[in-house]
Unconditional design. Structure first.
Length: 322
């Protein structure tokens, strides 16, 4: 059995070692990807359009991503570090945050290359998700034959052992065994939302049965999901408005697979356009999944799934489904 001190020492020995060397972006910076990004983010800044377009700075990581097939250049040291954490029982992973620094804008046609270093590994930390270690990597993004620096991307993950979940599962299993004689069974728990400093106010509103939308105090632009700054003017200051609760189904998919114990497929997952103009993903209730359609009017309700979890859902208006 490896002691905690020995494990931390082994983990910290990877600090400063390369995680990727001479990686290359799979595509040059290009207008179609910029357009898709801006449409998804609702960013209408004219600087990202036309013959003199630049790429949104926050796309920095997007040009380095390897997709499902991954990148060449990933180091053995990084794989060893993750393997060591797996052996220590930290088999789950969640991205926690990123920090970016920009030197100059990227433009269509730029060929991106990058190097990544394991910047730090934390001591053992206990979080709501479980106990584990924060691993921070630093990626320097460069362009051209001279490999001119255009930006730096720090990315932090938590590799953790979900002990709390296992404990709750065991408790649930015990309750199920106790109730087996009566023919009842405890339902599986819904996944918990990831709450951070940027979206905490939204979830606090949901707990009070209020659907809050961010509003930029500089240009009055509404935005969802919650962001630290305005995607229209870049302003950092904001307040909130409460949604009226009226909306329509903008688009939807029907989930058949994979199944999850807390859900009962098939079911519809819808992109709801609120009367205020922003969109969010939720469930449509009060109508069979095969009756959901684009343009279906819905109104907001709040559903309590257990003693801890409240979620906004949208009920189809009865007059539109008969």
């Amino acid at each position: 059995m490896v002691s905690e001190d020995d494990l931390v020492a082994r983990l910290k020995a990877y600090e400063g070692r390369a995680a990727a060397v001479s990686g290359a972006g799979k595509d040059p910076v290009n207008l179609p990807m910029i357009r898709h990004w801006c449409e998804a983010m609702g960013d209408t800044n004219p600087a990202y359009e036309g013959p003199d377009a630049i790429a949104p700075p926050t796309m920095l990581q997007a040009w380095t991503m390897g997709g499902l097939s991954g990148h060449t250049g990933r180091s053995q040291a990084y794989d060893e570090l993750l393997g060591l954490l797996d052996e220590a029982g930290c088999t789950s992973v969640v991205a926690t945050d990123c920090e970016q620094e920009y030197v100059r804008p990227l433009r269509p046609g730029d060929e991106v290359s990058f190097d990544t270093v394991i910047e730090s590994v934390s001591d053992r930390k206990t979080t709501k998700l479980g106990t584990g270690y924060f691993v921070t990597t630093r990626t320097e993004v460069r362009v051209g034959a001279g490999r001119d620096l255009v930006g730096t991307h720090r990315f932090r993950i938590l590799k953790y052992a979900p002990a709390g979940r296992r404990r709750k599962e065991k408790e649930s299993e015990g309750k199920e065994k106790q109730s087996a004689g009566s023919g009842t069974q405890s339902p599986a728990r819904r996944p918990r939302p990831v709450v951070n400093r940027d979206n905490a106010g939204f979830w606090e509103g949901v707990e009070r049965h209020r659907l809050l939308i961010q509003r930029c105090t500089a240009c009055d632009t509404l935005r969802f999901p919650w962001l630290p700054g305005c995607n229209a003017c870049g302003g950092p200051d904001w307040d909130t408005v409460e949604a009226s609760g009226e909306g329509t189904v903008y688009s939807y998919v029907v989930m058949h697979h994979p199944s999850f114990p807390a859900f009962d497929p098939p079911y519809a997952v819808a992109l709801i356009e609120l009367a205020e103009g922003v969109r969010l993903i939720s469930n449509v209730i009060g109508v069979p999944y095969d009756k959901v359609r684009i343009g279906l009017p819905v109104h907001l309700e709040f559903d309590s799934y257990d003693d801890e979890l409240v979620l906004p859902v949208f009920r189809a208006r009865e007059e539109e489904t008969v």
